[in-house]
Ligand binder design. Structure first.
Ligand code: ADP
Ligand code: ADP
Ligand code: MG
Length: 504
């Protein structure tokens, strides 16, 4: 049985994993780069080891160094989180070789699903529907044009090694094939060191709906229902919810069965996600499998009532699943908002830097998975995620109201962030009606970017008004005292107050 886990990751997901280990009585080992010396994952773990300079290649992706720390600290297992080494077959193999348990699937499953071309072939053989397109990699423009003749425009050129929305190009006209191929290839080469690409039909106005699966080493596999992930920018998710507002019970069960079949087709072991793309008539197609814990896993935990990290560890321990498919239900509704240090006014450019003040929401049905505290410098080297706000409600309506309430409580200063942008999403008519697809953000862009004058929150306005009145009453509001000056002194007062609070 696993007694000590090295968490080969950073930030919120490392903290998340450490929390479950603690509850299971398992010791934890953190690793950190130069930029992360004071990160919360270091503070939460039982032990912490410095593994190198800030760039991931020299730290969180340094297999030799991480294995060395695992041995030095006596860790008997490694949890890779998501990103970094989580889908790296060399790492999973190396752990096995060194007698360290890898909390995740075998190198065989990762390799079969990590490469999208191979995965598509495997799914076709397993009877799981895939998006119409090429079976093999596309080598030339001629091949690409031939495929386009067969399946028709528009199409997507996609990197076989793709992930995180990278290496993907939409082709609407035949003239765009040359430049599209070149762009997808070079992006894939730079991001994944592999420039193989393939072509699939572009599904118009689709939904991205994924299924959580769990499979043990005894041949049992189940699904834990879906997550609706269609609120995306640049093919990257920012809000996820479950249940999906568009699925019927029958469709959910049918897709779930296909998700389980997909996992079984690669002898999957552990927690994984089968992503589907779904059209307006609820036809669905396999997109890819993520052979790891997903960023958005908490919404499943909230409605199904399981701890997915504990399930992962039990599976790694060789225990059979105790959850039974026909005993699982979805209770209520959950929404996750990804809170990023980024600038919505500037094409969502990452905006790392020092967080001067942070106030996270709490109260009934609110969970915040984060790792940032006042004064922490969000490094420029990694994903600028500040926290994940996860909210549970008994109905979808309540869940949306609670999301708005919690976003309102969420205060981050010092770095640009998308809290107000997320608030606008939760207010948008199409979102509230559950009437949205992956084009939601572009379709509603004006509304989402609007309301700047309302960005100043109601309670701020009330406080300013009260302060101005107060100044007026004590006779300080001289004619030269413009409203802007009043606002300025109010802000100073507020900063002084929060600095004072911080000291207690
Ligand atoms: P999710 O589906 O949970 O949103 P993503 O697919 O966006 O996850 O990826 C999560 C993290 O893993 C991101 O930081 C992304 O850049 C990284 N990632 C995903 N796939 C790969 C890959 N094949 N190679 C390198 N990094 C990847
Ligand atoms: P990644 O590995 O980067 O996560 P995916 O294959 O999962 O890539 O696709 C990410 C997103 O890109 C999808 O959620 C969807 O919004 C869009 N997308 C991918 N393939 C298609 C397609 N064939 N038609 C329309 N949109 C697509
Ligand atoms: Mg994906």
């Amino acid at each position: 049985m696993i007694k000590k886990v090295l968490v080969a990751n950073r930030g919120e997901i490392a903290v998340r994993v450490i929390r479950s280990c603690k509850e299971m009585g398992i010791k934890t080992v953190a690793v950190y780069s130069d930029a992360d010396r004071t990160s919360q994952h270091v503070l939460h773990a039982d032990e912490a080891y410095h593994i190198g300079p800030s760039p991931s290649l020299e730290s969180y992706l340094n297999i030799d160094k991480i294995i060395q720390v695992a041995k030095e600290s006596g860790a008997d297992a490694v949890h890779p989180g998501y990103g970094f080494l989580s889908e790296n077959t060399k790492f999973s193999d190396r752990c096995k070789l060194e007698g360290i348990k890898f909390v995740g699937p075998s190198a065989y499953s990762i390799a079969n699903m990590g490469d999208k071309i191979t995965a598509r072939k495997t799914m076709i053989a397993a009877g799981v529907p895939v998006v119409p397109g090429t079976v093999d990699m596309v080598h030339s423009e001629e091949e690409a044009l031939k495929t386009i003749e067969e399946i028709g425009l528009p199409v997507m050129i996609k990197a076989s090694a793709g992930g995180g929305g990278k290496g993907m190009r939409l082709i609407k006209k035949a003239e765009e094939v040359t430049s599209g191929l070149r762009a997808a290839r070079s992006e894939a080469k730079a991001a994944f060191n592999d420039d193989s690409v393939y072509i699939e039909k572009y599904i118009e106005s689709p939904h991205h709906i994924e299924f959580q699966v769990l499979a043990d080493s005894h041949g049992n596999a189940i699904h834990l229902f879906e997550r609706e992930c269609s609120v995306q920018r640049r093919h990257q998710k920012i809000i996820e919810e479950t249940p999906s507002p568009i699925l019927t019970h029958e469709k959910r069960m049918e897709m779930g069965a296909h998700a389980v079949a997909a996992a079984k087709a690669v002898n999957y072991e552990g927690a994984g996600t089968i992503e589907f793309i779904v059209d307006n008539d609820l036809n669905y197609y396999f997109l890819e499998m993520n052979t790891r814990l997903q960023v958005e896993h908490p919404i499943t935990e909230m409605v199904v009532g399981v701890d997915l990290v504990k399930e992962q560890i039990n599976i790694a321990n060789g225990l059979p699943l105790t959850l039974k498919q026909d005993e699982l239900t979805q209770t209520g509704h959950a929404i996750e908002c990804r809170i990023y240090a980024e600038d919505p006014d500037n094409n969502f450019m990452p905006a790392p830097g020092q967080v001067t003040h942070i106030e996270t929401p709490s109260g009934l049905g609110v969970r915040v998975d984060g790792y940032i505290y006042e004064g922490f410098v969000i490094p420029m080297y990694y994903d600028p995620l500040i926290a994940k706000l996860v909210v549970w409600g008994s109905t979808r309506e309540e869940s949306i109201q609670r999301t708005l309430r919690a976003l309102h409580e969420f205060k981050v200063t010092g770095v640009k962030n998308n809290v107000r942008f997320l608030e606008r999403i939760a207010l948008a008519d199409d979102f509230v009606k559950g009437n949205y697809n992956t084009h939601f953000i572009e379709d509603n862009f004006d509304f989402l970017m609007g309301g700047k004058e309302q960005n100043m929150q109601d309670d701020d306005v009330v406080s300013i008004a009260a302060f101005v009145e107060y100044l007026d009453r004590i006779g300080e509001l001289k004619p030269k005292y413009e409203p802007a000056t009043a606002l300025n002194s109010w802000q100073k007062l507020k900063r002084a107050r929060s600095a004072r609070n911080a000291r207690f």
